[in-house]
Design a protein around this ligand. Sequence first.
Ligand code: ATP
Length: 330
Amino acid sequence: MNAAVEFLSVSRHFGQVRAVDRVDMTIAEGSFFAMLGPSGSGKTTCLRLISGFEKPSGGAIRIFGEDMGEVPPNRRHVNTVFQDYALFPHMNVRDNVAYGLMVKGVDRRARHGKAEEMLALVKLDGFGDRKPAQLSGGQRQRVALARALVNEPRVLLLDEPLGALDLKLREAMQDELKALQQRLGITFVFVTHDQGEALSMADRVAVFNEGRIAQIGTPAEVYDRPATRFVADFVGSSNVLPPALTQAFGGPARWASLRPEAIRLSTGPEARAKGRVTALRYLGAGTRVALETGGQEIAVLVPAGVPVPEVGATSGLTWDASALHVMEEA
Ligand code: ATP
């Protein structure tokens, strides 16, 4: 694996605030990498450290093996797509896309040709003469993408690029972005606080908490085997079990996670625990059943078509032993 971006114990402090605190991470060339975390956890600062708009207070950043210490933003082979797209309202779409080439002194004909090529790539052929105001949110997003790609960056940084879109469009664009990344083979580094977005698009996910990486891994690793309580809580809707309950459930006296979809309701002898149903929530693809057991609420996802008990009823719960995942307490 070749590294596109490496963080070696990178910190960025603003006065007393440790926005980024001794972060180590390696982003593989050609991968789709997500930085996921709640607001204020340091994701955007990491992105700005890669682009060079921010300088580390400590540690080192390498891009394609080269130390970025003294390398200015315009010499980093990196481009950013911002959440608000930052399009020039008075320029038409073609000139917006060609802007980076104009700055480099590329002649008009060549840059317009290249701009049209990029517009075709993001499925906006024929939109070159429009102004940004004459486009939908999703189309503007694609113009911003085309404008970043025209410079042929080796790493594309995306800061909540789908945040301004409605849910349906966002899901469609998730598929498109993923397909585009695979087609181009460029390294995409993507910031989001939406766990569904990170899990569905990324090859690897770094989960941020208070300026540090709580876990880094594939979406499946982060989802199924959260390293800490924070990750279990933030990624998905896991049941987080305190040590006493883990023990009652047949595990060691440690914190553990148990996914709602890994639990089955069962009244047979295989039941490992018992609970009283306290609430039901219909979700379309299934029903989320909340049960009270051992003084704690446990959520179970019952797939559509499987009978659901009534509120107040008592039910057994069972799961595969491997579904009970023990975590570090952090
Ligand atoms: P969001 O999802 O809200 O954008 P984030 O995870 O991207 O959050 P950052 O923007 O990286 O978080 O901010 C991390 C912390 O650093 C926050 O506490 C923020 O207030 C602080 N911070 C960021 N930039 C500056 C700055 N220029 N001056 C002072 N504090 C800053």
